[in-house]
Design a protein around this ligand. Structure first.
Ligand SMILES: Cc1cc2nc3c(=O)[nH]c(=O)nc-3n(C[C@H](O)[C@H](O)[C@H](O)COP(=O)(O)OP(=O)(O)OC[C@H]3O[C@@H](n4cnc5c(N)ncnc54)[C@H](O)[C@@H]3O)c2cc1C
Length: 260
């Protein structure tokens, strides 16, 4: 099977993110591969182990290739980075358009993505790539079985109060949800191998795309303003000893916080 997994490098949940100005975030330089994308890589690797073939990890990113190296260290065979200065300012559709321009001539059976990137959280890129390529897609799968002979896949989704079982022909795109699998931890040897792996770099011109197709010129959805979360009220310390501190706490909860 020819499997492509779309991966994105996102800020580590422990990274400090500050709103610098209305349109600018200051993000501490701590990144990791989006959790749902690792689930997608694991799903691809499991299918490769069963049916043979190849798993390629693919990203659009002008700077970071760590998500690709992570994919390789987990067991992916190939890594491709699409990078071009014209991509700066891109929205989700421009990213999907770029990814699908690369994928359209490839002989793939399956494309796997995360259900959402853990930073921008739009959940758009996967379905938009499928729509650009004109292939079926199912969002947020927690089960996946492929029948290679019949060229079809059975997938499971969680719905309110139950599960939904679906079948669709291949090639298809599935976005992967927590519960589908537990991503493997790469062996140290594979991490070292991944550091040395040659990453293929592709620019927009070789995809037949121009500056007008991506970046700020092609933006359909524009960020208007970033706002920090409201400041938490200051903490009040009760310095008395027991049992006076309990009496004071109850009084404060009743008279100040008005929650009891
Ligand atoms: C070069 C570049 C410049 C950008 N400039 C701006 C900017 O100026 N302003 C701004 O607001 N945003 C900018 N972005 C962010 C960009 O709009 C979003 O990160 C992107 O559209 C994905 O949206 P999302 O993170 O919500 O992904 P979702 O739609 O939530 O992602 C779902 C899944 O799609 C796949 N996926 C998502 N993004 C990528 C990717 N880049 N490569 C491969 N697979 C992917 C992953 O599998 C992911 O789990 C830029 C991004 C890039 C790469």
């Amino acid at each position: 099977m020819e499997i492509y997994v779309l991966v994105k490098q996102v800020p580590d949940p422990e990274a400090i993110v500050k709103v610098k100005s209305d349109l600018e975030l200051e993000i501490e330089n701590k990144y990791f591969t989006s959790f749902f994308d690792e689930i997608a890589v694991e799903a691809g690797l499991k299918l490769k182990e069963k049916f043979g073939g190849k798993v390629t990890v693919l990203t659009v990113d002008n700077r970071k290739v760590d998500a690709l190296r992570r994919g390789i260290s987990m067991g992916a065979d190939d890594a491709v980075q699409i990078a071009d200065p014209a991509l700066e300012g891109s929205d989700q559709f421009a990213i999907a358009r770029t990814l699908s321009a690369y994928l359209k001539d490839k002989p793939f059976d399956l494309i796997l993505t995360g259900r959402q990137a853990m930073d921008d959280d739009a959940g758009i890129v996967g379905p938009a790539v499928a729509e650009c390529l004109g292939i079926p897609h199912v969002h947020s799968i927690i089960g996946l079985e492929v029948d290679d002979q019949k060229r079809e896949a059975k997938v499971v989704r969680e719905v309110e109060n139950g599960k939904e079982h679906l079948m669709c022909p291949l090639p298809a795109l599935f976005t992967c949800q927590k519960g589908l699998n537990t991503p493997r931890i790469p062996l140290v040897m594979n991490v070292m191998k991944a550091m040395k792996t040659q990453i293929k770099k592709i620019d927009l011109a070789s995809l037949g795309l121009s500056q007008e197709d991506v970046g700020s010129q092609a933006v359909r959805v524009k960020v208007q303003r970033y706002l920090p979360p409201p400041k938490r009220p200051s903490v009040k310390m009760i310095k008395e000893d027991f049992p006076d501190n309990v009496k004071t706490l109850v009084k404060l909860l009743r008279e100040e916080a008005k929650v009891i």
